[in-house]
Design a protein around this ligand. Structure first.
Ligand SMILES: Cc1cc2nc3c(=O)[nH]c(=O)nc-3n(C[C@H](O)[C@H](O)[C@H](O)COP(=O)(O)OP(=O)(O)OC[C@H]3O[C@@H](n4cnc5c(N)ncnc54)[C@H](O)[C@@H]3O)c2cc1C
Length: 293
């Protein structure tokens, strides 16, 4: 369905395609804005923070973009999968429960029912709740566009996707179609922590995620990510490298905290001071590395 709109504000055209190919064709000129759940977009365009483009493309009718599948050792979450879907999905609950943990800290049930994982990723907020969890799962985004008469896909590791607040390497003509990651080893332990006086309905002051294999007190395949401590959701790779293959001791944990402080660059804003964010990040790292996590 495509319609022309008569307004000097907002888009000139509205379209609600039902296939990925139709959506990609509508985006091919780079002059279209995607509407998924609308929970970010409605506020941003309403406040004039992001300008409308010529065309508004509502992708919510594209059934192929929604749901979780597993194939050849890889989990694939369609871009339109909502936070409620993630909370309830049995496959994710078994294989990657850290995502349900993040979704459980996400907004209210009303927002979770419409907010999509693709929207959370493309919005590229340093505080997006699914992002640290997807980063420690080594997530990759799948970007789809219509090029030279055919649909083409490329994959980008999530750690390389974000370039600044609200900014990514996604091109204007590309649709984020899915986020994928290898099925985690069942021995891997992963946790997500998010600050705030309430467990949900709170934009993160700081969030943190850790995934690691443990052999006694030794940690392997360490993945560590933080939200809201810099311009992009961050993989703390220097801290990961310090911890990799080592036995956790109180001294090593303090060295890890010191390394992390050199990797993050929190700012003062209405939610917290930079000092408090740094302090909270150190508290979360100690907690994630402690035995009970
Ligand atoms: C009251 C309230 C509470 C909130 N609480 C939280 C919270 O606790 N944690 C949190 O992380 N966020 C929170 N948010 C923010 C928001 O709900 C999430 O970022 C949500 O996941 C966005 O998804 P959406 O489907 O609504 O995206 P939309 O608003 O539809 O889109 C967001 C952006 O991504 C683009 N986009 C969306 N999907 C695609 C795609 N497939 N391909 C290309 N571009 C795309 C859109 O064009 C737009 O620029 C909250 C928002 C509100 C209003």
């Amino acid at each position: 369905m495509t319609a022309e709109l008569k307004s000097d504000q907002g888009p000139e055209e509205y379209a609600a395609p039902s296939t990925i190919e139709e959506a990609a064709r509508l985006m091919a000129d780079g002059d279209a804005l995607i509407l998924a759940g609308g929970t970010d977009l409605k506020l941003q365009t309403g406040e004039g923070r992001i300008p409308y483009k010529k065309r508004l493309v509502n992708i919510r009718r594209i059934a192929d973009l929604r749901g979780v599948t597993m194939d050849s050792g890889e989990l694939r979450i369609g871009a339109l999968t909502t936070m409620t879907d993630i909370l309830k999905d049995e496959l994710l609950g078994d294989m990657a429960p850290i995502l349900a943990e993040a979704a459980n800290h996400f907004a209210s049930s009303q927002i979770r029912n419409v907010a999509t994982i693709g929207g959370n990723i493309c919005n590229a907020s340093p505080a997006g709740d699914s992002l640290p969890a997807l980063l420690v799962l080594d997530g990759e985004v799948e970007l789809t566009c219509f090029d030279s008469g055919a649909l083409t896909n490329r994959r980008v590791p999530l750690k390389d996707f974000f370039t600044g607040p609200g900014k990514t390497v996604k091109r204007a003509e590309e649709l984020l179609s899915a986020v994928c990651f290898a099925v985690p080893e069942q021995r891997a332990r992963a946790r997500f922590l998010k600050s705030g006086p309430r467990p949900a309905l709170e934009i993160s002051v700081v969030s943190a995620a850790l995934s690691a294999l443990r052999d006694g007190n030794e940690v392997f395949h360490v993945r560590l990510a933080f939200g809201a401590v810099g311009p992009v959701p961050l993989r703390a790779m220097a801290t990961e490298a310090l911890l990799e293959g080592k036995t956790l001791t109180p001294q090593l944990i303090e060295e890890a905290v010191e390394t992390l402080m050199g990797e993050i660059s929190p700012i003062d804003d209405v939610r917290a001071t930079a000092w408090y964010r740094g302090h909270l990040a150190s508290v979360y790292l100690r907690r994630l590395l402690s035995d009970d996590c």
